[in-house]
Design a protein around this ligand. Structure first.
Ligand code: ADP
Ligand code: MG
Length: 515
């Protein structure tokens, strides 16, 4: 039997791990690095590059180098997050035929799952080279706060990459598995994961072989990239002030600034002051101009302070959801490269009233946890019971634009729930079911996962027919078999064609919760 690999498909960096002789370890790539940049590029002469090779040429080929595409996966083109990304991204983000996001690189158009697949295939190759045998099966991690569409797209990416994705695992849960490996203590742990593009907080309860997620919360559009952007804004303002030149429209200059900003940010984790020198960043009639700015830690902290406080508010919400107080938390574990910033470490420590655990590598724990989970899945090891939760409430839109929750966020999965709905008009023969995920009471403010029409309702007065809507969420936290059945007044099942005909023939009305 071949090995199962665990892949941490990160916004910024990806990592692959495997369990050998019962010991998990991260697999280094050919260059000896344990993480690989989640970047893809096409060079001027049409060569496709992934990982470090793509990153190395990003400055001179900004428009054809894709980074952080995980921030766009599974999102609708018109969403706020995508529109925000378009404003700050040197590569071209366009609308796909399904209101989805596509990315244009060197005249070719790619979907987000395809771009993720390039990274996954690279991680598969790294593992195969190391193990000396083909690898088929993998556990791939996603931010706990990913919705159903984002999870489905990640699964699709695995398929495109030629992988059999055994499980989609939440990143903080994976980190907890790695932490709890061969530890038999009963404890409550908080996993604070701040990476390049996402933030997750999960509270878990661990005891002999059982890992139970109590609550999770997060933001899939907040991370180190935002720190970098704040620094870039600061540098742009400084340069404009000193030289009177606005660099905002210059893609190459912006890419150099972004690179320098990230480097300065990382330097400031170990030092008090960082020098940012970018010679020949611009030129005008009087000749070339150079950017030279000194950034100290206090200034950086001022620039990003509110972002860090924002994460702590999310922590608070998660604790409240789980009915947990800080003094009940035994361990705080930091995951993600951005947690190396001293301000983050200090604020988290203050918030929980204890120093975070030092024993895990924030870049590697997620992949290691995925590898551990992969092994237990194939070896049918029943010593590990993993109980995760769904991060977002799931429900449908009802009459008047309201959101009817069927499954509350932080419900343990797998779960199956149903509810009876009814019609809002006399003799209504079809209803439109709009499936949504989110926390707003207003349907339109939540993410639309899909919609379909249920036809064949026998003529009756409004409020009489009963439409049973049921949801199943599996252990991958993806919805399968959205069950739809009309339990009363049904005329029997309809073919897809018939339903289609109904859609065309009549006006549709929203459903209403039956009293
Ligand atoms: P992801 O899981 O999103 O791929 P990572 O966990 O690899 O992200 O974290 C990447 C982020 O961590 C980047 O924004 C990077 O700049 C930041 N980072 C890495 N090292 C440091 C450091 N020493 N100090 C501060 N930030 C760092
Ligand atoms: Mg990560």
């Amino acid at each position: 039997m071949g090995h199962v690999i665990g892949i941490d498909l990160g916004t910024t960096n990806s990592c692959v791990a495997v369990l050998e002789n019962g010991q998990p370890s991260v697999i280094p790539n050919a260059g000896g690095y344990k993480t690989t940049p989640s970047m893809f590029a096409i060079t001027q002469d049409g060569k496709r590059l992934v990982g470090h090779l793509a990153k190395r040429q990003a400055i001179t080929n900004a428009q054809s180098t894709v980074y952080a595409s995980k921030r766009l996966i599974g999102r609708r083109f018109d969403s706020e997050e995508v529109q925000r990304a378009i404003d700050v991204t040197p590569f071209s983000i366009v609308e796909g035929p399904n209101e989805d996001v596509r990315i244009e690189v060197s005249g070719k158009t790619f979907t987000c799952p395809e771009l993720s697949a390039f990274i996954l295939r690279e991680m598969k190759r790294v593992a195969e080279e190391y193990l000396g045998e083909p690898v088929q099966e993998a556990v791939v991690t996603v931010p706990a706060h990913f919705n159903d569409a984002q999870r489905q797209c990640t699964k699709d990416a695995g398929k495109i990459a030629g992988l059999d994705v055994l499980r989609i695992l939440n990143e903080p849960t994976a980190a907890a598995l790695a932490y709890g490996f061969n530890r038999n203590e009963e404890e409550k742990v908080a996993i604070y994961d701040l990476g390049g593009g996402t933030f997750d907080i999960s509270i878990l309860e661990m005891s002999d072989g059982v890992v139970e997620v109590i609550a999770t919360a997060g933001n899939t559009f907040l991370g180190g990239e935002d720190f970098d952007r704040r620094i870039v804004e600061h540098l742009l303002a400084k340069f404009q002030e000193q030289e009177g030149i606005d660099l905002r429209g210059d893609a190459m200059a912006l890419q150099r600034l972004k690179d320098a900003a990230e480097k300065a940010k990382c330097d400031l984790s170990a030092r008090e002051v960082a020098e940012i020198n970018l010679p020949f960043i611009a030129s005008d009639d009087s000749g070339p101009r150079h950017l030279s700015v000194e950034l100290d830690r206090a200034t950086l902290e001022g620039l990003v302070h509110d972002i860090v406080e924002g994460t702590l508010k999310t922590v608070e919400q998660c604790m409240q959801d789980g009915g947990i107080t800080v003094d009940q938390i035994d361990q705080v574990i930091l995951v993600g490269g951005q947690t190396r910033t001293p301000l983050v470490q200090n604020r988290v420590a203050e918030h929980f009233g204890k120093r975070p655990h030092k024993g895990v590598n924030p870049d590697e724990v997620v992949a290691i946890g995925a590898a551990i989970q992969g092994e237990t899945l194939v070896s049918e090891d029943d010593n590990l019971l993993l109980l995760d939760v769904t991060p977002l409430s799931l429900g449908i839109a009802t009459f008047g634009g309201h959101f009817a929750r069927l499954i509350e966020r932080n419900t343990t999965v797998p779960v199956c729930k149903s509810h009876i709905f009814t019609t809002t008009r006399d003799n209504q023969s079809a209803v439109k079911i709009r499936v949504l995920q989110g926390e707003s009471e207003t349907a339109a403010e939540n993410d639309l996962l899909g919609e379909f029409v249920l036809g064949g309702i026998r003529p009756a007065r409004k409020g009489e027919p009963e439409v049973d809507v049921g949801f199943d969420i599996d252990a991958n936290d993806t919805m399968t078999g959205k069950e739809q059945s009309i339990t009363v007044n049904a005329t029997g099942t309809l073919s897809d064609d018939e339903i289609q005909q109904i859609i065309e023939e009549q006006e549709l009305y929203e459903v209403q919760l039956k009293e």
